[in-house]
Design a binder for this molecule. Structure first.
Ligand code: UDX
Length: 448
């Protein structure tokens, strides 16, 4: 392919990564064929309906419609492709290893490719996968097919920006010429391109996500200590983040990390180390801290309400973070299940995520006000912008007990308390206990 020529790219997997990568490459002028195995998904995409919630994605695909096609047929996708991108998911197995069955199915589906092509791995895979795929390709006589690891660093909600303006593009190749070809594909993207061997590229992805998760568990532990010693984690994080060696990112204390990447990748790296004979102690702690963090809200509620049996709790936000409908590993699911197990009535609200099939026993509200009416407490689980106006006289009056547990530290504590709410956050000074109207009932419950 000459430098100014555009490439033909087959993308396997029409999930977040595949669709964003496809839309991004089409925007750069390449021709893209996206292949998925789910007929309804392919049909919807052909009609211009994107089955996931990612701001701007539907518009970007529509704008580049003439360069993007969708198909169920692996052969059709690969037929004229210069590059085959693997963008299928690699979920955790029960052992914590990554499940690579979908990746291997794609390698099988691709079958015998005509002419030289480059296979590019975007899916997050354990270190050593590239080596195994290389051997498998060679064993099938496909030594003319190049292999490149080009991990994705897209965050949901900002995925298009992350594709077009990434911090870096990591390219790991066995042969420099294959790496060069993938580098050329990114012409038009203004970012440092980092070239390395395949194993190192695979490790960059796992190590980056594990380190970001470590920062979150670290600041959550600092928050928990702040609560005991009377410090405010928001001030602490700001003070820490201004140190240029630390930086301000991923120091937001809260109720733990979720999503399709962090929990899975931390556990995959821990498992990879274990399988290779190394006990990665730090990551065990990162995972444990995160699990406990999701449950700490329950004791904050009990502190004010006593037993939760028969109490109504409004859960505000269900998605693992705002601007997505993704519920994978969302802290809300663990928290809601704990509350239901304690006998509380859970009223959940989220502007886009639908958890009705995952949370049996909870009720779901389309408006925040509906969730708050008569509630004994409101818990902010996901920092949706809609919740910035939670502090109001109407909302306080609507609740049976004006208790807010802000799991994302998004509200101003002074404003909340001045408006008559009892306000608890994460790692910030707590409200005094006596402020709720039902103190007598609670006190006797606590004594029972
Ligand atoms: C992440 C990585 O950022 C991305 O590079 C990778 O490719 C996939 O995983 P994503 O899962 O979309 O992206 O979300 P991200 O914004 O990173 O947040 C992950 C979780 O951490 C969320 O649950 C979020 O609420 C939590 N988080 C994030 C915190 O609790 N505190 C923080 O300071 C930052």
């Amino acid at each position: 392919m000459a430098r100014d020529e555009k490439a033909r790219i087959a993308i396997f997997g029409a999930g977040y990564v595949g669709l964003v990568t496809g839309a991004g490459f089409a925007e750069l002028g390449h021709r893209v064929a996206i292949r998925d195995i789910v007929p309804e998904k392919v049909e919807a995409l052909r009609r211009g309906v994107v089955p996931i919630y990612e701001p701007g994605l539907e518009e970007l695909l529509a704008r580049n419609a003439e360069r993007v096609s969708f198909t169920l047929d692996a052969r059709e996708a690969v037929q004229v492709a210069d590059f085959v991108y693997v963008c299928v998911d690699t979920p955790s197995t029960y052992s914590g290893d990554a499940d690579l069955s979908r990746v291997w199915t794609v390698i099988d589906d691709i079958g015998s490719l005509d002419g030289p092509r480059t296979l590019v791995m975007k899916s997050t895979v354990p270190v050593g996968t590239g080596e195994k795929v290389r051997l498998a390709l060679d064993a099938r006589g496909l030594d003319n097919v190049g292999y490149v690891s080009n991990p994705e660093f897209l965050a949901e909600g900002t995925a298009l920006r992350d594709f077009m303006k990434p911090d870096r593009v990591v390219i790991g190749a066995f042969e420099d010429s294959d790496g060069d070809r993938v580098e050329e594909l990114h012409a038009g993207i203004d970012a440092p391109i980092v070239r390395m061997d395949v194993a190192s590229a695979e490790m960059v992805k796992l190590a980056s996500n594990a380190f970001l998760s470590t920062r979150i568990s670290f600041i959550n532990e600092i928050a928990n200590v702040c609560e005991l010693v009377g410090a405010d984690v928001e001030d602490v994080a700001q003070g820490m983040g201004l140190d240029h060696r630390l930086g301000p990112h991923f120091l937001r204390a809260g109720i733990g990390f979720g999503g399709s990447c962090f929990p899975k990748d931390v556990s995959a790296l821990k498992q990879l180390a274990g399988n290779s004979g190394y006990h990665f102690q730090l990551l065990s702690a990162v995972i444990e801290v995160n699990e406990l963090q999701k449950r700490r809200v329950v004791s904050k509620l009990q502190k004010h309400l006593g037993k939760l049996r028969g109490k109504t709790i409004a859960l505000l936000g269900l998605a693992f973070k705002p601007h997505t409908d993704d519920l994978r590993e969302a802290p809300s699911l663990v928290l809601a299940s704990r509350l239901l197990a304690e006998g509380a009535a859970v009223r959940a609200w989220d502007p886009v995520a639908d958890a009705s099939s995952l949370l049996q026993g909870a009720s779901f509200c389309t408006e925040v006000s509906e969730a708050l009416a008569g509630a004994d407490a409101a818990v902010i689980v996901t920092e949706w912008p809609e919740l910035r106006t939670l502090i109001s006289v109407e909302n306080r009056r609507a609740m049976r007990n004006p208790l807010i547990v802000d799991g994302r530290n998004m509200l101003d504590p002074d404003e909340a308390r001045q408006a008559g709410f009892v306000y608890e956050a994460i790692g910030r000074p707590a409200s005094p206990l006596q402020a709720l109207p039902e103190t007598e009932e609670r006190t006797s419950e606590l004594q029972r």
